[in-house]
Design a protein around this ligand. Structure first.
Ligand SMILES: [Zn+2]
Length: 233
């Protein structure tokens, strides 16, 4: 049994040997134990070191996450070769209460996808945001895969809930009823709940609408125009 003595004793900090106030304990057999705590300076520097370790671990984890998300081809981008005007607007995107996203359109080779990945680097690595990124063809492929395996519910749920959804290269997948339905559902759900979507496409309004059928296409386009900043590149 240990009984606090209640008297303090002058001891030395175990790290730097500077004098500190310690506490003595008297054991039931009469002998005394004295504990010297770290001095305030050492307590502070330990706290700082711990914080630094945590930050390093966090940054490492974010960079790993970035590498699993971003296709190799888009990891290194020469920003000087991207359209500068569009770049400023895209990179200026901030999380916002309305959940406004970005819709980048223009011909192939303008660097739309690269531009979005440049923005996503900041969001993932510096700001720690989570996201799902997939090309529209991957969306179509995963849609079929999850429906065949009975896991579609969770898949759709994740696309609806993820803080940011990046749908790259809209207009490339083969349109089936299921694809059309799920794409619309995800976009409808996200825009209704104020969760941002980033999209890139080579198509212009009419082409997008025709492709998805006039009713769904027009409704989809209306939502995208309302909820995304439209940038022509
Ligand atoms: Zn010390």
């Amino acid at each position: 049994m240990i009984i606090p003595v209640g008297t303090s004793a002058l001891l030395r900090c175990p790290h730097c040997r500077n004098p500190v106030e310690g506490v003595g304990y008297q054991l039931s057999n009469g002998s005394e134990l004295r504990f010297a705590p770290l001095c305030p300076t050492c307590v502070e520097s330990e706290k700082r070191e711990r914080q630094q370790h945590l930050e390093e671990a966090r940054n490492k984890e974010r960079k790993l996450r970035w590498e699993t998300l971003c296709p190799r081809a888009y990891r290194e981008t020469d920003a000087a070769r991207l359209p500068q005007e569009g770049m400023a607007t895209v990179l200026a995107w901030r999380e916002n209460r309305d959940g406004r996203g970005l819709l980048l359109f223009g011909p192939t080779g303008r660097g739309k996808t690269r531009l979005v990945w440049l923005l996503l680097w900041r969001l993932v690595v510096e700001e720690g945001l989570s996201l799902v990124a997939l090309a529209e063809t991957e969306f179509a492929h995963q849609c079929g895969w999850h429906f065949a395996r009975g896991t579609a519910q969770q898949w759709v749920e994740e696309l609806c809930q993820t803080p940011i959804l990046f749908l790259d290269d809209l207009g490339k997948a083969t349109v089936t009823d299921r694809f059309r339905h799920e794409l619309f559902h995800v976009i409808e759900h996200r825009t209704a709940h104020g969760r941002p979507i980033f999209l890139t496409t080579n198509l212009v309004g009419e082409e997008l609408t025709t492709r998805l059928g006039s009713t769904t296409g027009e409704a989809l386009l209306r939502r995208l125009r309302e909820h995304c900043q439209v940038i022509e590149l």
